[in-house]
Design a protein around this ligand. Structure first.
Ligand code: HEM
Length: 580
């Protein structure tokens, strides 16, 4: 019998209460995953879902009255991937006790629980929208209702710029006002540190550069800055070109045919980070990449699961067991890599630990100066950070750029012309990469529409006053980059359209000097250390593809952006390749 334990921090009155949902679930036995918005004003309804085979089944349950509604979501064209939210407010625009739902094809609906009827609120089908499947809708009490359905459907139903929402049992302040975004991200006195990673995310990234603070951050940032910028970056260009050549060699057999390009780009970016930072290759590090991807899947699968304190630690789920195995496997693989390089130095095959990032980490690990020294755990966490950060994000950028160029043939042609004028059929020249102006516009517009990192979070470390608001210590600040990038107040009514010409005079002009309006790489001291690396890699790969192929979207492509660490196409990106 399936048993549902409702956690508590959600609805206090249900705390520790166990109840069976046999009648609601009719023989469904698999994994219950339930997700409820913790608002008293949600009229006591709890939303929960279970996955049977490929289908998600949803139920609304009201413990006081024991009512159960099997959710008729799919009838309205809401796919299995739709996101569902119980709205804690009532308003005249949406029926009382509404239950909202959004979907990757740009539909937004409200389900009236009382009348058990759907109302289509919004149907945005004109453009492929970057709405992510697990799109967010946020609500604030009273007459402020915001809907931030990720991406093109970002929309304000009623005013209000910053508002509170809940992520499981954690309150989050959603910040979309540029001034406050700047205050948070530019802060240097420790008022808004990084949020601490927990659970599977911690196993994935450890306490590396992305999450750590203080002196350790300073030490690691210095190492990374040196490894990924300036002369070091220039030295990596031949490896980037060689990796792209390997990919294009594989593409030969797809000439005139369809190719699933996102997997190809993933191999490319994995190859690039392996070669440039770790002196290795994709194949050599493939098992590490595979294990990291498996861990990312666990994170996304468990993102909204609510753990009941004690019980959660005593009773391990199968995902817990798998994540522990993966963590150990990843650690063992990195230790092997470290030993291999150390042995080469000990046997005199290498006269130093090497000039790549891995080499400088090893150097720091062996350093006798305490101010520079890092531990073996620091080193492993840093390797994980760069294996993940170094390729997932750039894959996302390249994939969406290819999608947009496949749809917008005019921009594809403009880019090709620019590339051919600068490089002819030769490989990109390091000194000319910066002159790819049209490509910069297209890359920026892609990063605006589909920012690989859709949100940035910080913890509020001291009581802060913002106007009338007093923000308590330990609340999370959540900056929805993707929502800021689609805000019509900043970008105009055509915010959801692909218009690279916005960036024709640079980012400053496109944003009216509003540095917090365009945040693909973050802002302030914790902004992306791999920005130049990623952009250089993306421009090289795009140039080399455009030199050889024309491409258009395959009819087999299904638009369904989804979030797996970064935004990626759930069913891949299929394009038709035509050699030049
Ligand atoms: C298109 C590609 C990329 C995008 C969109 C991107 C995005 C971001 C963003 C938004 C942040 C800031 C997060 C925050 O403030 O909480 C960040 C930080 C970071 N990124 Fe990237 N990134 C990309 C590529 C890369 C690459 C290629 C690497 C490594 C080679 C990398 C390594 C890092 C690291 C280590 C940090 C943390 C920096 C710190 O806290 O000091 N990123 N990235």
């Amino acid at each position: 019998m399936a048993e549902l334990i409702v956690s508590a921090n959600l609805l206090t009155h249900l705390y520790k209460k166990r109840f069976t949902v046999e009648e609601a679930t009719k023989g469904t036995e698999r994994d219950f995953f339930f997700y409820a918005v913790p608002c008293a004003s949600s009229h006591g309804w709890v939303l929960f879902s279970t996955v049977i085979g490929e289908m998600k089944h949803l139920f609304l349950y009201r413990p006081f009255t024991n009512e159960v509604i099997r959710f008729p979501g799919l009838e309205m064209g809401f796919s299995n991937n739709a996101s569902f939210y119980l709205n804690p407010t009532s308003s005249d625009c949406m029926a009382d006790e509404s239950f909202y739902c959004s979907l990757s094809n740009g539909k937004l609906g409200a389900f009236n629980i009382k009348q058990q009827e759907w109302k289509l609120l919004w149907n945005l089908q004109s453009e492929l929208s970057p709405l992510v499947n697990n799109s967010y809708m946020f609500a604030f009490n009273g007459d402020l209702i915001w809907v931030v359905a990720i991406g093109a459907t970002y929309h304000v139903l009623y005013g209000g710029k910053n508002f509170i929402t809940w992520y499981g049992n954690r309150p989050q302040l959603v910040v979309t006002e540029p001034e406050q975004i700047k205050e948070i991200l530019n802060n240097k006195d420790g008022s808004y540190p990084k949020t601490k990673l927990e659970g599977y995310s911690k196993k994935l990234l450890g306490d590396g550069l992305v999450t750590t603070e203080g002196e350790k951050w300073f030490k690691l940032r210095k190492l990374a800055n040196h490894a990924f910028n300036g002369e070091s970056l220039k030295g990596m260009i031949p490896s980037m070109i060689a990796s792209a050549e390997m990919m294009l060699e594989r593409w030969r057999q797809h000439d005139g045919k369809e190719i699933e390009v996102s997997q190809e780009l993933k191999i490319l970016t994995s190859e690039v980070i392996s070669r440039t930072a770790f002196g290795s290759s994709y194949l050599e590090g493939q098992n590490i990449f595979d294990m990291l991807v498996k861990m990312a899947v666990l994170i996304s699968r468990n993102g909204y699961k609510i753990r009941i304190p004690l019980i959660g630690t005593l009773a391990k789920t199968s995902d817990d067991v798998e994540s522990e195995k993966l963590e150990q496997g990843i650690r063992d693989s990195f230790i092997k890599m470290i030993k291999k390089r150390e042995e080469k130095v000990e046997m005199g095959k290498l006269d130093s630990y090497g000039n790549d990032f891995f080499g400088s980490l090893l150097q720091a690990y062996h350093d006798t100066d305490k101010t520079k020294k890092i531990t073996i755990d620091d080193m492993i966490d840093e390797c994980k950070t760069f294996y993940v950060g170094g390729h997932e994000t750039t894959t996302s950028l390249l994939t969406w750029t290819i999608l947009l160029l496949a749809i917008h043939a005019d921009w594809q042609e403009k880019l090709r012309k620019e590339v051919l004028e600068l490089f002819g059929k030769q490989n990109p020249k390091p000194d000319s990469i910066g002159r790819l102006k049209t490509m910069s516009m297209v890359v920026n517009e892609t990063l605006r529409l589909y920012p690989p990192v859709v949100q940035i979070t910080r913890r509020i470390n001291r009581e802060v006053r913002w106007g009338k608001l007093t923000l308590p210590v330990n609340m999370e600040a959540y900056i929805p980059t993707i929502a800021v990038h689609h805000n019509p107040d900043i970008w105009g009514e055509d915010a959801h359209l692909f218009k690279p010409q916005r960036f024709s005079q640079g980012v400053a002009k496109a944003t009216n000097n509003n540095t917090a309006a365009f945040l693909p790489f973050g802002l302030g001291p914790r902004s992306c250390v791999g920005l130049n690396f990623a952009i250089t890699e993306a421009k090289i790969a795009l140039s080399m593809i455009l030199q050889r192929y024309k491409f258009n979207l395959s009819p087999n492509y299904v638009h369904s952006p989804t979030q797996l660490l970064t935004i990626c196409p759930q069913h891949g990106l299929q394009i038709m390749l035509h050699s030049m």
